[in-house]
Design a protein around this ligand. Structure first.
Ligand code: AHG
Ligand code: MN
Ligand code: MN
Length: 362
């Protein structure tokens, strides 16, 4: 492979074709699998999705491209800073939280594939207006994940979850959305980082697409991502240690003892504070991510949101061979009581997640 600066600058390195050849300089884009081709394939051969779900995913992916463009403009287009409003969870909204939410709402309203939408940034759900045809799916999203990283130019993202409405053509209510994560038919996230990525599952493994910014297309760059069962890397906000419950304290304390402790090996720690980036690292090289319930707000079962963050990420992680629990049960089995419900999250490499869970159940 020719990784020389000359070759890279000339744009002649084609990752899909490592064999040097005279045709390499032509860099045939047809050899790549785009998101559209992938989805058509999933519809035709794997029969994993219906045409309406294919449309839905394509529309969400297009909206993520639009969000990526706005994220990329940053200060040049006044994208940084607070919007001056608060969301339903009492968090100060950033301008990009609001803009990303609007982009996803507008993109998905008219296509006829949805019955309703719900977002971390909206007080209540949004029913598709009667002037548009109504579909059978429900779309839930965290439009901009990692908001505290926007102004410091660190990776942020979008997380989405798709449920199939059981209400047929009747009116959508909050109850329509209150389905366990096992009812998801698709989930994914975009990462707006050094490259823009889309990671997707429709229940047939986890696949990663990279945005070709010149072509404007999502190109399949990794199929069937898998999370190693074991790891030496953990992710948790250590500043909350004094608020944790005993099982999490015990687990992290054992990790910190390294080779000399009961685990007999040294562990490394990472915390990006954007769930998308932390989960993406785990999908790439393994690890365990925890945002456990803590004593700061005793009546809340955690910080992260079940419907917009924990469920889609747990679906993805399980599809990649990992595990996700709230310490007591599989996250995907949790029956939501309300739209903005929060949950304790422990996900990633299977053996580590099982260990922390066993400490909770002991
Ligand atoms: P959001 O920006 O959508 O509110 O989500 C932030 C979440 C999650 O992405 C991250 O893992 C966590 O909050 C970080 O929380 P701390 O700042 O408490 O570490
Ligand atoms: Mn989030
Ligand atoms: Mn958010």
């Amino acid at each position: 492979m020719d990784f020389s600066a000359k070759s890279l600058i000339a744009g002649q390195y084609n990752w899909a074709s490592p064999t040097p050849s005279a045709t390499r300089s032509i860099a045939c884009p047809m050899r790549r699998t785009t998101l559209t081709q992938f989805l058509v394939e999933q519809q035709r051969s794997a029969r994993a999705i219906k045409p309406e779900l294919r449309l839905l995913i394509e529309v969400v992916a297009r909206a993520c491209k639009a969000i990526a463009v706005n994220v990329g403009k940053g200060a040049l287009a006044g994208m940084l800073g607070n919007a001056g409003t608060e969301n339903v969870q009492g968090e100060a909204q950033k301008k990009l939280d609001v803009i990303s939410n609007e982009i996803l709402m507008e993109a998905n309203e008219w296509g006829g594939h949805l019955a309703g939408m719900a977002s971390e940034e909206m007080e209540t759900f949004h029913e598709i207006p009667s002037r548009y045809p109504k579909g059978e799916y429900l779309l839930l999203f965290d439009p901009l994940d990692g908001s505290s990283n926007i102004d410091v130019n660190v990776s942020i993202g979008t997380i989405f979850s798709v449920l199939k409405s059981s209400d047929e053509l009747g009116p959508v209510t909050e109850k329509s959305f209150l389905l366990p994560g096992t009812s998801q038919v698709a989930a994914g996230y975009a990462v707006y980082g050094p490259t823009t990525l889309l990671v997707l599952t429709v229940g047939t493994g986890v696949h990663c697409f990279t945005l070709d910014r010149e072509m404007g297309s999502w190109v399949l760059t990794q199929s069937n991502m898998t999370i190693p069962e074991d790891t030496k890397e953990f992710a948790i906000n250590m500043s909350n240690m004094r608020h944790w419950e005993p099982p999490v304290k015990r687990y992290v304390d054992e990790l910190l003892q390294g080779k000399e402790g009961p685990r007999g090996k040294d562990f490394n720690m990472r915390w990006v504070a954007s769930m998308v980036a932390d989960v993406h690292r785990i999908l790439t090289r393994g690890g365990i991510f925890m945002y456990p319930r803590d004593k700061r707000e005793p009546d809340k079962p955690g910080k992260l949101r079940l419907m917009y963050e924990a469920n889609p990420m747990s679906f993805i992680v399980e599809q990649a061979g990992g595990a996700a629990t709230n310490g007591h049960q599989r996250i995907l089995d949790v029956r939501p009581g309300k739209l903005h419900e929060r949950v304790s999250v422990i996900l990633g490499s299977k053996n580590e997640v099982e260990r922390v869970t066993s400490y909770h159940l002991a």
